[in-house]
Each structure stands twice: as C-alpha cells, then as structure tokens.
Design a protein around this ligand. Structure first.
Ligand code: GLA
Length: 460
C-alpha cells in the first residue's frame, strides 16, 4: 500500500469510528470527496470559458448511514462545526450565510428538485459524520467537496447510481442556494477527477477532457497557504459575487453596443464564452478588440449603467444586482470595473486552451509563462489577489519556482507553484527559510474524484 492509500484508509477508519461513537452503530459506507487545485482558468467557469483543475488527495471523508425518520443528522469531527438536525420537510430553511449545514441543505435540495433523488427516499433519513484533511477557506474547494460528499452519500445510501456528469451540473446549480454565484468547476473536478490527470473542463454544456499530468516526466505542483481565510459563503461572498455580476453587466453593455452597430446576433450569447464558440467562433483576440471598442469607461456607476442600457434603476437592480430573496449587490465604492473584468475572462479562457496544449506536449516553459500571465491578470484586471498572496508568489519566484499563482476564488487562500524536478528539494527548503515552517509548501498530486470506499474492519 502506498502512503497515500494508507492515509485514505486511516481517515476512513477514523470517520467510521466517530460515526459509531455519535450514532451508536457503524456507518453503511464512507465517501471520499476531494478538494481541487486549479492550474489555470480562474473565474472563467461561470462565463462559459474553460478551466484546468485537478482533484487532490486532501479530502472530506463522510461516514454515512440510513437515519431514523424524516430528518438528516450531521456531525463533524472538527468541533468548530456544530452537529445539526435538518427536517426533511424544511430542507430550504437555510441557516444564516456561512453555516456549514447549508451545504447539506443545498446538496439534498438540488437532488430532490431535479428528481435525481426521489424526495420520498429522504423520508428514511440520513446520518452523516464528516472527517477531513481538506482545510476550508483556502481556495481548495472544501465547500463544493462537502456538497458533493453529501450528495454522493445520500445517493449511495439509497442505492441510486447517478450519472456523474449530470450530477456535477445539478450540484453546481444546487450550490447557488448557499448564496454564492459560483460556476461549475469545483463540483466537476471533485466528481470527475482522475488520478494522474488534470481536467480541461468546458461549460454549458459540461464537457470534460482529461489531460495526463503527474507521474514521471511531469513537473510537481506545490501549494502553500497565504494564511488569509476567505470563506466563499461567508465574508468572501460579496467579494466573489461582485465578479459574476460585473461580467454579466459587461456582456450586456457589449451586446447593446453590438446591436447599435448592426450585430444584433451577438444578443444571443448567454455568456462571454459563447462568442468564441460556434456559431460565432470569434478569435479571442477579436473579442478583446471588441471589448475595448464597446466598454470604454474604466468604471461605471449605477447611473452610467442605467444610461447605457436604457434601464430604470429599479429594473437594473432586479435584473443584475439581485443575489438572494432580499439581497442586492451594492454599488462598489470604486465603481463597476467592467472592461478589465471582461478582458481577464477572455484572455484567461485563451490561456487555458494554450495551457492544455502545453501540458499535452510537456512544454513546461510555455506552461509556466501562461501561469504567470494568469496570475498577473488575476491581480491587475480581476483584482482578486492580496498582499499576503503577493508575498508568497514573490518568495516562490525568489526560491526558484518556474511559476507561482493564486488558485481558486482568490482574496487569500492558497498559491500554487510549478517547480522543476531538479530544484524541488531546494525550493521547499528555501521557502521554509524565507517564510517559516507554517508556509512550507506541500505537494498537490492529481488524484481520483469522489469515491465510495470499502470499509475495512480491523482484524479480530
Ligand atoms: C470558486 C468557484 C468556482 C470558480 C473559482 C474561481 O472556487 O466555486 O466556480 O469560479 O472560484 O476560478
């Protein structure tokens, strides 16, 4: 057994023992739901442009079994997440934003709303105990892994075999119930991850293309934690949500402009990515040129937007700024930064295509160049970096990384480093010397997606 497999077994056994201690009997099964590292393609997913993540070994371990009536009981090995009981009849009675039980609610609600799980089956109830070696709030997608873990556990306990691709789409939609306008990358990486591969994922519709990455000949990826925790469903929610909203507003301005100039057909694009796909198939550089033509101001106030889109303020708020039942995005103090957001997503989409080619041909200098350009764009155009992340990136480059960039939603969290095999040990040591043991980078290996583990009983 490899050390990785031993770790999986130990984590699973620990979750099973805790389940038994909490619920008084053994679980029916254990689900491993991994986090992910995104190599490149940040904030492109909800814009219909591709991403290139891989599932990692760090995972949640959900020990699960049938319940005792129409309630979902959840408990967590980490004492900061209090045990909770959810009434099956009131799945949509979400707790305040940031509460971990909301991920259970979102997952199960999504399954029932789409009939992937017939709701009457939930009447039997469900018990889950979550153990984990996947830290939260560090950009490794621990929240989506939890949503996936709950969904896979609920389906497995009820012996339902759902198509993984469909499940990824359903759960991406379902996670919006927690009040974050995320895309579909995390759920897809968690469900469809393949050992030794990155996944080039496209959206609307979801398409997954595994690219070999890992093993001999491949450069190692390491991650280190900036120490800044931003929970996408908590404090980071509005920082995150502002971006998808700005992208939609930017697209609306572009379409309005296009119509004025006799290109009403672009009005059919639902996402920025549609413009580079059939039937339009514009080159990325062409779209960038059009963005410069059509979205000229460095920033827009609500008043400007109403003017350009010929809308009343109330309608604009309803159509674009609404986040939840009674929640709206406020006008940012620095205005809506539409041109630069659109420039980032289009150029980032192109970089993903190029990075997948570089990965397939083992062209590491090219990959490094693209990762670097991605980081600069995330920092300067999408404005999702922060001083602590910049410090890590700077230290990594000084320590000899070929490239270093933030990964995931941004605003803190983890930074990934691409390092040559020859420099690997020296890189780790130098990073530790520069930043202290807390920031020491760890290897991120491309691992398999969510799986149901056999329970190995200790020998009698
Ligand atoms: C979060 C979201 C994803 C994606 C990334 C940024 O992880 O959940 O859908 O938008 O941020 O690339």
């Amino acid at each position: 057994m490899t050390s990785g497999q031993e770790r999986v077994q130990a984590m699973a056994a620990d979750a099973a023992a805790r389940f038994e201690a909490v619920y008084g009997g053994p679980p029916a099964l254990i689900v491993r739901a991994p986090g992910r590292v995104n190599l490149i393609g940040e904030h492109t997913d909800y814009n219909g442009l591709p991403v290139l993540p891989f599932a990692i070994e760090q995972s949640h371990y959900l020990a699960a079994g049938e319940g005792s009536g129409p309630r979902i009981e959840i408990a967590n090995a980490d004492p900061q997440y209090a045990a909770a009981t959810i009434d099956v009849e009131a799945l949509d009675a979400f707790a305040p934003p940031g509460s971990w039980e909301n991920y259970t609610r979102a997952a199960l609600l999504g399954l029932c709303e789409t009939s992937v799980l017939p709701s009457h089956l939930l009447e039997r109830g469900l018990r889950v105990l979550v153990g984990s070696d996947l830290p939260s709030g560090v950009g490794l997608s621990s929240s989506s892994a939890l949503v996936v873990g709950f969904a896979v556990a609920a389906l497995a306990v009820n012996q339902i075999d759902a198509d993984r691709q469909r499940l990824a789409e359903v759960l991406a939609e379902a996670e919006q119930h927690v009040g974050t306008r995320g895309g579909g990358m995390d759920q897809a990486a968690c469900l469809l991850g393949r050992q030794g591969h990155a996944l080039k994922i496209d959206f609307f519709p979801l398409e997954v293309d595994p690219v070999r990455f890992g093993g001999p000949g491949c450069l190692p990826v390491l991650i280190s934690d900036s120490g800044v925790r931003v929970e996408k469903s908590g404090a980071g929610r509005m920082l995150y949500n502002r971006r998808p909203i700005e992208c939609r507003l930017a697209l609306a301005l572009f379409q309005r402009w296009a119509r004025r100039f006799g290109h009403a057909e672009f009005g059919a694009a639902r996402h920025w990515g549609d413009l580079v796909k059939p039937p339009f198939e514009l080159p990325h550089a062409g779209v960038l040129a059009l963005i410069e033509e059509s979205i000229k101001q460095p920033w827009y106030s609500i008043h400007d937007l109403c003017d350009h889109l010929a809308m009343r303020e109330q309608d604009l708020r309803e159509r674009y700024l609404r986040i939840g039942a009674d929640e709206y995005l406020l006008e940012p103090a620095d205005g809506f930064r539409l041109q630069q957001r659109a420039q980032h997503v289009i150029s980032e989409g192109w970089r993903v295509e190029e990075a997948a080619l570089a990965l397939r041909s083992g062209d590491w200098p090219r990959l490094a160049e693209l990762l670097e350009a991605s980081h600069a764009s995330c920092r300067d155009l999408y404005e999702i970096s922060c001083p602590e992340v910049e410090r890590l990136v700077g230290a990594a480059l000084e320590a000899g990384a070929l490239a270093s960039r933030l990964t995931g939603a941004g605003f803190g969290g983890c930074v990934l480093h691409l390092v040559s095999v020859a420099r690997f040990e020296r890189f780790r040591d130098t990073m530790e010397r520069l930043l202290g043991p807390m920031a020491a980078p760890v290897l991120a290996r491309p691992a398999a997606g969510a799986e149901i583990l056999a329970l190995t009983r200790p020998a009698a």
